[in-house]
Design a protein around this ligand. Structure first.
Ligand code: SF4
Length: 370
């Protein structure tokens, strides 16, 4: 079994048919970047994200045109859709009427009677609500002595605000909700989510906002989300990237698989290479070839790709199959057992043959059992 994250106990929030929280796998989200009224473009992103395994997709709903496009988008999507609303309660109502599975609102930006109306409609429709509290929308407490540490003061107000909204929603009889406490600062994200998690059983959506382009966001999100997830905090995540929404899905799954919270179909364990690398063009080239050949593989497999055999296949013992470069001919191995030597240029072909052989054997043994 080895090391496993112990998840925080939360209630479950149903976003369409996808449970979030409880014992359910941490859900990966992304957000489309097309104009939502461009139904074909938005659905193209959603379908591509579905292929990558995304669990839930959020779309912006900034105007009536976007709200009007929602029924067609919902009908064309296999995964639940969240409408992202800022300030405009009327659009939240329209999105719910259109059948979205969840609306993301910041209730602090909406008059209380209208929040209540949105909550009542969501309840009526069986939709979820994500209560979004962002550091940018929090005001320092008027008339209160700031404790000298404005950052901490603001973080505490974020948590307090989120907890108060949860209590209010519960009083209104609405229990199908989750919360996000977002900041572009990693330490604030960690602090606020930890504090909130300590005080409630409400599922948490994690994200670091404005995290930047691919590299910066991957690092910031891995630190912020990774720290919390390793502590068992977080029920759904979105990695915000200034760039391709599909990268958001890939990085999300990388973070979760790194913490053993989700298993990817294909996990490639590649060595970093060094002066001992015996692969023509280097181990990176070989790893890319393996990644390309396995991109449509739907089973579950861990493949190790090593530049040399110096430490033996034991270096990647958790892999199902592996290849390693060597002078003249490399090695193909299964677990820790070396199967055979193979010319370096044939390593990937032989790996694929071995994989199909494993698949065939598995299928035959399942037929015998049946
Ligand atoms: S497996 Fe070989 S090439 Fe790769 S990092 Fe280790 S020693 Fe270097």
């Amino acid at each position: 079994m080895g090391f496993q994250v112990t998840r925080r106990k939360t209630r479950t929030c149903m976003v369409g048919n996808r449970p979030v929280g409880g014992d359910h796998l941490v859900a990966v989200q992304t957000m489309t970047k097309t104009k939502t009224h461009d139904v074909a473009g938005t659905l193209a992103t959603i379908h591509a994200a579905q292929e990558k395994g995304v669990d839930i997709v959020r779309v912006a709903c900034p105007d009536d045109k976007s709200a009007a496009a929602l029924p067609e988008i919902i009908a064309g999507s296999r995964v639940p859709i969240i409408a992202d609303i800022h300030f405009a309660p009327g659009l939240a109502i329209k999105a719910l009427e259109a059948g979205v599975h969840c609306v993301r609102i910041n209730p602090g930006n909406i008059k209380l009677d209208l929040v209540q109306k949105i909550v009542a409609l969501a309840k009526d429709k069986g939709a979820a609500i994500r209560i979004g509290v962002n550091s940018g929308s929090i005001m320092p407490r008027k008339g209160l002595e700031v404790r000298g540490d404005m950052e901490l003061e603001m973080a505490d107000i974020m948590v307090e605000t989120a907890v108060q909204w949860c209590e209010q929603f519960d009083k209104w009889g609405m229990h199908n909700f989750k919360v996000s406490l977002k900041s572009s600062d990693v330490l604030t994200t960690i602090y606020t989510n930890r504090e909130f998690a300590r005080q409630t059983d409400v599922p948490l959506h994690l994200g670091v906002t404005e995290a930047g382009m691919l590299q910066a966001s991957t690092v910031k999100s891995s630190m912020g989300l990774g720290t919390l997830l390793a502590e068992g905090i977080g029920d759904t995540i979105r990695v915000s990237i200034t760039g391709d929404p599909l990268d958001e899905v890939d990085v999300g799954f990388e973070i979760l698989s790194g913490l053993r919270l989700r298993r990817k179909n294909v996990e490639i364990v590649a060595c970093p290479s060094c002066g001992r690398d015996e692969v023509d063009g280097g181990v990176e080239t070989l790893a890319r070839q393996v990644q390309e050949r396995l991109k449509d593989y739907k089973g579950n497999i861990v493949v190790s790709v090593l530049g040399c055999i110096v430490n033996g296949p034991g270096e990647a013992a958790e892999a199902d199959l592996g290849i390693a470069g060597a002078k003249d001919a490399g090695y193909l191995f299964k677990g820790e057992t070396i199967l055979r030597r193979v010319p370096n240029e044939k390593l990937v072909d032989e790996l694929m043959l071995e994989l199909w052989k494993m698949e065939r054997e598995r299928a035959e043994s399942e037929t015998v059992k049946a």
